[in-house]
Ligand binder design. Structure first.
Ligand SMILES: Cc1ncc(COP(=O)(O)O)c(C=O)c1O
Length: 372
């Protein structure tokens, strides 16, 4: 029996008996293997691993995090429905909610993730409540148990994008969420070499999501599932290391006079610290928000001066990456929307990788000094 996961790249499966073929083809949601858009053993193994990590009964994998989010929202909503979403969201999700879904009659009302009264009021008559465990890019921790209570009062599901937290820091289903989604491109994969997504939930919800996914076809490729399984094997070690290094970097950055603000819930004076203590096991995650003094021009000079940390999109992997949010991850937001989301001109999002934290500190220090 192989110890490593088996990669099965087959897109189709032969049958020696045409009756068995016909029977297997009738139930495209079942677990038999007929055609890879319906099911594939390597993808199934990845789904089982993440469902287990999240404490979910099932999971459906997708070709990207955005495919997972779109798949979940489209399987739960129809024309005329309204979503209530936290304002602190990944730019692609914001764009999906504000530009694409309205074309299909699905609208969204945004509220600040910490404004529980406004969220409660907005949920009356809504179809679902949506938030991120750690809001992108301003690293704001969501009060998941309170949001789940609000959703339950309104009789609607809470859908949580937990990409920034990973199941190592938080398992949203245990706090009352109905569905948890991830961009597997980030911590789950962890090596900057695959694009994927996954949604975890109860069996009936996963079946509902799967039925839509098998018609739309945003299937995860077997090789990506295999890479993601390899990533999952080291998830805990990578996340713990990334959190420990991020804490050191956040403390260093906070002590500098040429950094205006540091958003990191591991810091005791951060607005999300108490929630991080309760929901993230006291850890602050692997991602830091930092606002360099000197606005956009200095932010560009600072990033250009970095030697180890790379200006690159994405997060949650082996290598430390930095982005200027307003010009990379949140370009979909207007100037007013950027201000409302708390993204200032000098704001950068730093994803802390697995390098030696002392090397990362030295790199940040030299780049801050070189850019003054
Ligand atoms: C929180 C969050 N959710 C979803 C996504 C989208 O994931 P993907 O790029 O895999 O489609 C991203 C991408 O950065 C993200 O940061």
């Amino acid at each position: 029996m192989p110890v490593a996961p088996v990669l099965d790249p087959s897109s189709t499966y032969g049958f020696s008996d045409t009756d068995a073929f016909a029977t297997a083809s009738q139930d495209k949601i079942g677990s038999g293997y007929v055609y890879a858009r319906w099911a594939n053993p390597t993808v199934d193994a990845f789904e089982a691993a993440v469902a287990d990590l999240e404490g979910a009964a099932g999971a459906e994998a997708f070709s990207s995090g955005m495919a997972a989010i779109a798949g979940v929202l489209l399987s739960l909503c129809a024309s005329g429905d309204q979503i209530v979403a936290a304002r602190q969201l990944y730019g692609g999700t914001y764009s999906l909610l504000t530009r694409t879904l309205p074309r299909y009659g699905i609208t969204t009302r945004f509220e600040d993730v910490s404004d529980l009264d406004s969220i409660r009021a907005a949920c009356a008559g809504a179809k679902l409540l949506y938030c991120e465990t750690i809001g992108n890019p301003v690293i704001e921790v969501a009060d998941l148990p309170s949001l789940a209570d609000i959703a339950a009062e309104a009789g609607i599901p809470l859908v949580v994008d937990s990409t920034f937290a990973s199941p190592i820091l938080c398992r949203p289903l245990e706090h009352g969420a109905a569905i948890v989604v991830h961009s597997a491109t980030k911590f789950l994969g962890g090596h900057h070499d695959l694009t994927g997504g996954i949604a975890c939930a109860s069996v009936p919800l996963v079946d509902q999501i799967r039925a839509l996914s098998r018609e739309l076809g945003p299937t995860l490729a077997p090789f990506s599932a295999w890479l993601a399984l390899r990533g999952v094997a080291t998830l805990q070690l990578r996340v713990e290391r990334s959190c420990a290094s991020a804490m050191k970097l956040a403390e260093m950055l906070q002590a500098r006079s040429d950094v205006d603000a540091v958003n990191y819930p591991g810091l005791s004076d951060d607005r999300g610290h108490r929630l991080a203590q309760r929901l993230l096991g006291g850890r602050g995650g692997g991602t830091i928000g930092l606002t360099v003094s000197g606005g956009k021009v200095r932010a560009a000079r600072f990033q250009n001066a970095l030697r180890l940390i790379q200006p690159a999109a994405s997060l949650g992997g082996t290598h430390s990456l930095i982005v200027h949010a307003a010009s990379v991850t949140h370009t979909q937001l207007s100037e007013d929307e950027l201000i409302a989301a708390g993204i200032s001109e000098g704001f950068c999002r730093l994803s802390v990788g697995l390098e030696d934290p002392e090397d990362l500190i030295a790199d940040l220090e030299q780049a801050l000094e070189a850019s003054t």
